[in-house]
Design a protein around this ligand. Sequence first.
Ligand SMILES: Cc1ncc(COP(=O)(O)O)c(C=O)c1O
Length: 433
Amino acid sequence: MSEFREDGAAAVEWVASYLERVGELPVLAQVKPGELSAQLPAVAPEQPEPFSAVLRDLDEVLLPAVTHWQSPRFFSYFAVTSSEPAILAELLAAALNQVALVWRASPASTELELRVADWVRQLLGLPDGWHGHIEDTASTSTLAALIAARHVTGRNVVVCSEHAHSSVEKDARMLGMELRKVPVDEALRMRVGGYDLDDVACVVATVGTTSFASVDPVRELAERAHAVGAWLHVDAAYAGSSWICEEERWSADGVELADSLVVNPHKWMLVPTDCSLVWTVRPDEWREAFTLTPEYLRTDDEAFSLADYGPPLGRRFRSLKLWAVLRCYGAEGLRAIQREHIRLAELFAGWIEESDDWELIAPQHLSLVVFRRVGSDEENERILERVNASGEIFINHTKLDGRYVLRLAIGNARTTEDDVRRAWDVLNREAER
Ligand SMILES: Cc1ncc(COP(=O)(O)O)c(C=O)c1O
């Protein structure tokens, strides 16, 4: 145990100093594919090594191959934060090693999960009575929603926008369901009419698309879906967290009509991956799709089991980190961080708009800016390569109507106005080189 205390102190010290210096490290890992593999022994050690050897190799071998999601200048995909209370809660969760197969296998994990899901439901302004729990990712949450929708409707077709996240397509494919993609309007919103829904099990509406943060017309889609007995699932994996701020609730319009909803606290609520909240307004039918209790798990207590609500049996104590974040930041603390991210994104979008050399590509929503250099696709590709190779910032690209465009997503709690100015300077410098 004394070794554990020493190693533990060293590990926490490692984390603290990493978080202090992460802004100095190249954001995108500057290694080639296979470079790390070449340094890793091909076979596991026969003899035990001290934990200090693990920490040493973390620094010397692994760190160069780490892309620093914790960097304040990580602006790619959807930028995220693993906050200090959540890091510590992950340690505690591993120590307790709860495997919530059934209620008695972990009453704490089961009941805390339900309670924090309900706390977040209230914070986001969602209706009373929704049943929420935690899955690993939005991909799994949406998979579960499609399974429930198929169970309830007895149909096999999924409909979503052409800009829906690829997880919808992957989930449908894994389930052997047919996917139909619907085009978007000029505001990149899923069209409501012009297609048939008669044989559809599930319509998936996205609030905050991955490429553009555009918002589908949930209310109209829900009304159309329900008119033909289809299920309406809302993917608000990124944008849903912003409903904690009253002024952002415009994008929640119609969500109260959804049959299910996914929001990822691991995207914009300071919780490390993995933590995906999924709610349903039809818990009994949802449960019917999943419940299956083998003899060895049967108990006399009538207690609630989370395994009845999704694909996995064993479940990690994920609610602990969400609980820690909600308590240590408070709703006000979370709102302040999100509002600052949105302000910074608006600031950056303003610089783009004022410049003759850059153009905004999509309406700016939340903490995402989609833009490009006035010029060719090749020029924009080269700019992206050069800014990322600099290690100073990390951004990514997407395509709109075949055009290559750049995305700057703000989502790290450590990002300041100076970091966003630096991104602007690096982009201009590399574009002019
Ligand atoms: C809108 C949206 N839905 C779903 C996902 C998939 O998330 P996960 O990695 O939790 O499966 C993403 C990922 O960025 C997303 O942006």
